[in-house]
Design a protein around this ligand. Structure first.
Ligand SMILES: [Zn+2]
Length: 114
């Protein structure tokens, strides 16, 4: 179940709590909200066991490894994007040789990785 409160959001199943975010986490880093919505989406589409495995790093290490290995020895950069007031609105890891965004601060795009 997903428990959304004013000061925390948690996801749990019959085995207990899978993950919990506290309000100071998303206040300090608004990108956390993307990770929260991604986790909720995974919980609904792939189930709590899959989400638990992701959070325990049992799944996406190998998916990340395969995705990142494509860019081994390539020229990569961390790039920030700004709005008109010069606030950072996105940060990404990009491959300059493939002209491709590998990861960005919207969170984990696991669906793209399959
Ligand atoms: Zn590349």
């Amino acid at each position: 179940m997903i428990n959304i409160q004013q000061d925390f959001i948690s996801i749990s199943d019959k085995h207990g709590e899978i993950v919990r975010w506290l309000d100071n986490e998303w206040i300090e880093d608004p990108a956390v909200t993307a990770a929260i919505s991604n986790a909720i989406d995974i919980y609904h589409t792939k189930g709590s066991e899959y989400l638990r495995d992701i959070i325990d790093n049992k799944i996406f290490n190998s998916e990340y490894a395969n995705k990142l290995a494509v860019h081994l020895h390539h020229d990569v950069s961390i790039v920030s994007y700004h709005d008109m007031k010069n606030n950072i609105i996105n940060v990404s890891l990009e491959c300059n040789e493939c002209n491709e965004v590998i990861l960005d601060s919207r969170g984990l795009e696991l669906d793209e990785w399959e």
